[in-house]
Design a protein around this ligand. Sequence first.
Ligand code: KIV
Ligand code: ZN
Length: 383
Amino acid sequence: MAKEFVKIFDTTLRDGEQVPGCKLNTSQKLIIAKRLDKLGVDVIEAGFPVSSPGDFKSVVEISNIVENATVCGLTRAVKNDIEVAANALKTAKRPRIHTGIGTSDSHIEHKFKSSREKIIEIGSQAVKYAKTFVDDVEFYAEDAGRTDNEFLARVCEKMIESGATVLNIPDTTGYCLPYEYGEKIKYLVENVKNIHKATISCHCHNDLGLATANSIAGIINGARQIECTINGIGERAGNTSLEEVVMIMRQHPNLNLDTNINSKLLFDTSSLVSEGMGMPVQPNKAIVGANAFAHSSGIHQDGVIKNRETYEIINPLDVGVNESAIILTARSGRAALAYRAKKIGYDLSKNELDLIYPEFLKFADIKKEVSDEDIPHLIKKSL
Ligand code: KIV
Ligand code: ZN
C-alpha cells in the first residue's frame, strides 16, 4: 500500500523563536529559512508580521527567498493583523495566512469575555477576510486541547465553510494525554461534515513532555500535518520536535506514513539552529543530542561493536551523524578498548589487551573519559 504523506509545518521561526533570550535577527532567520527549505519542510511559519517591524521585515525577506515551501504568517482574528500579514507575504510563491482565536471556555470567558457564538462569528469573519488575500488559509482554534469536542467540531465546520483549508488543533498548554488528543482528532474526522475539504493539523506543546506522543496520536487518528520546531524549541517547555516525529514515521513503516524531509540534514540543521539561538541541545535529546548515538557501558559497547542494531534502532548516517561513538570510561570493557585502539592503528592481541586493560581501568577511574591521545601512552606504559 502506498504511504500517505504528513506535511511538516515548521514553526521554529515563530513559536520556536518565542524562547526567552533567543531572539534571531533577520539575517539569521534567512539562513535558517533557507536550510528549512532544503530540509524539505512543507510550510515555514516565518513570523507574526503585525507583532513588530522586525518580524514584518523577516517575513517579507523570507517570502522573497524561499523556493519550495509554503511561507506562512500568523495573525489574530483581527482585520489589521490579516492585512499586515498579507502585505508581508506578497512575494511568497505559496503564501498562507494562519489566523485564529481561542475556543476553550477558559479563553472565551476570561481572555475574550465573550460567548461561544460570538467566537465562531469572529473566527469565520477572519477566515473570510484572509481568503480575500490568499487561497491558502489555516485556522487555529487556540487551546483546542481543553476545548469541548462538540463545540470544536462546530467551530471546524464553520471555518471550513468560510474557506479554511487547514484546521490547526493546538494543545496550547500541553495538557492532553496522547489517547485524549488522538480521540479529539478522531472525533473531528467523524463529526465534522465537510472535514474532507480540509487538512487537520496537530500543534502540540511539551509542558508534560507529551508533545511528540500527542502529535503521533494525532496523525494515527487522521491528522495530516504536524506543526513542530527544530530541537523542539519554543515557549515554556517547547513544541513538538521536528526530528522526533519525522524519525518516528521513518522507523515505523507499519504506520504507513512518511514526510518529505531529507533526514540526512537533521543533525546539521539542529546544530545550525542551536548555534544561531545560542541554545545548546541537551546531550540526551533524541535523534540530535550528543549522546544519541554514544555508548559508554561495556555490555552495550560489546553489543554495538558486534552488531550496531543490538542497541541502536536508527542508523546514525540516516540523520547525518557520521558514526556511533564508543566512549571509553571506567565502565568500558576490553572490546571497546581494542576497538578504539584499532581505529588509531594499534591491532592489539589478547595477551596485550590483558596487560593494558588493568592500567586502562586505573587511568579511567581518575580521568572520566579516555581519549585517543591517551591510548598510546597506556600501551607504552603497559607493554
Ligand atoms: O500554541 C498555540 O495555540 C499557538 C497558536 C497561536 C497557533 O501557537
Ligand atoms: Zn503554539
